[in-house]
Design a protein around this ligand. Sequence first.
Ligand SMILES: [Zn+2]
Length: 701
Amino acid sequence: MNLGVQYYRAPFPEEKYWEDDLARIKDSGLNTVQFWVLWAWVESKPGEFRFEDYDRLVELADKNGLGVILSTIAEIQPYWIHREVPGSEMIDHTGQKVISSNRGECHFGLTPGGCTDHPGVWERMQAFLREVATRYRTAGNLRGWDAWNELRWNVQADGLVCFCEHTLRAFRDWLKAKYGSLEELNRVWKRRYGSFEEILPGKLPDRPYTEMMAFEHFITWRANQHGKDRYDLIKSLDPDRPVTVHAASPSPLTGGWGHDHAINRGNDWFYADDLDGVGCSSFPKWSGMDDADFGMRVEYVQSASQGKLVWLSEVQGGRAAIGFQVYMPVDAISQQRYTWNGIACGADTILFWCWRDEVFGRESAGFGLSGDDGLAEERLAAMSITGGLIQEHSDLLKSYRPAKPQVGVFFSPQTYYLSWAQEGNAGRSMGALQGYCRSLVRSSIPYVVVEEEHLDVLSDLKILFMPRNLVTDEQTENALARFVEGGGTLVCESECGAFSSQGLYRYPADRFTARLSGIRELGRRSLDADSIRVSIDGQVFDLGVTQWLTPWQTGAGNVLSQGEEGALVTEVPVGSGNIVLCGAYLGDAYLQNYTRDFEIFVETLVRRSGWAPEIQVVSPEPTKDSFVYVKSGESMGKKIVFVFFPADHNQVHLRFRSDFFSGDRAKDLISGEEITVSSTIPGQECLLNAPDWRFSVLVSE
Ligand SMILES: [Zn+2]
């Protein structure tokens, strides 16, 4: 495992610190350092590459027994780019040339710089990447490459991009490849275009969906393609080391805003198809994440990775600083909790951002693992314990895989595009997905996020939730039908599949849910209350709702919630499976206003689909701000169970499936304590007391 820290964003920290810092990094239990290799800095004059600082740092790292990860920052471009490649500026949605400038948190280089769809820009960028890869592939301590930091390409464009002639040509080529011919595009889009050149990309939200959704989809694809191009180049020169890229946030959390289209930095699932793995950044104290929020982030990446590498490419080192704001300091125990939460979710590389406090611009005085928020000593002391444990148990942790989920939550980029096309962000869709995932995390039910074009995973699942899934196309619908007919349970929210991926609305009777169930929704109705009452097998739940209701016809299946005009939740058998039809939005309502009822409702549906828990928290019961967070998996034939104690409880009672542990003992890898596992009628049980760090990593003996 790589446990490391970002060190150098040229030209900081200055050289006078390097020797002592790298020795101290090694002493604090970390085994890896990361350096940003900036295009603008390295090739400040065209064709002249200067690496003396990186050479020295790689050598110093080696001297201290540290591995190196190189982060190739080709998106911070040289100041000469537009001079050497005339006409390479991005063009914004108003037709203006984008004026590039220094990046807010980077000392030297242009952003966004030239458009990579311009062949001259890409040629120059390739030359830089080739120089870097060729120079450092022979370094014995090089551990791998992060080929694209936070997938940034349009930062500070100050408008929607890109509408340059090269990007528009690529857009139209993409449409040609997708539809084959103009006739086919016109047939599917129901248009009468006379040529591909007449097709304009969507400009702003709240206008026709079709062109906007197509353009957003293209923008995602284009980012994926650029990531793959960087990967292919580096990999062709250094085939044996891992090459990944990382997002600022996992794709399901990139709903877009302002000048960012939804999922405009590429789709993690497609990166994982092509690359060695994917990663994400996480700054939990800055953004106020709890165990569930942090775990969900990593699980989104882990779902996308499809078994490839998962990197936590930036985890908060010390207190955040943005401008003159003061944020929460980072205490050692919280930081270790994130670290082990990441390991529990399957991360194999964890890099903290960053070693020293930043000295440049808006981020100055912030983020240092060894920085001045008053807690550096305790952080480094704790890190050295984790570093020791990771070294001691390296084989066990390397082979660890999280438990295979039987529960899925559907992620539909097309729905995000549609939502953005209407509202300029996909916040509602994001909230819905997060609501279901959060509820599952808090109930210790392993789940996988299922991306709409990666449906093979359905064959492992018993139940699939489709939060606010407005868009489906025929291929998805066929896969979902097979899933249900083969015995799966499909849970749909209001207007599931109401639009095609061309953004065209379908009448209720024309939707796949109506074809599968034989009943249809009656149309949108105003909410007259903020909750609905649902009964399942005598259990009654009051569930929050948002936006509108779409009652369902009754007459088929089993009504679980009766509204004035029709069923608000109904369950219809289809083939060997079931479809649960909700005429409401429940997931984002739960995210906004916590109810325990929603969590029990979700767990009840999961259990009715045939899933049974391997591990249950018998006590304490979850409350709004407190829950026992449990993750588990296997390694080298052993069970590993991660148990994170809530702040307000010092004892946790767990029940396991009867043959979960092979013996009657487990060991807490963190505290070294032996734990007794007793066999009872319902299963195996243990009582755990909170150790100093307030989490345990149990390994079966
Ligand atoms: Zn362009």
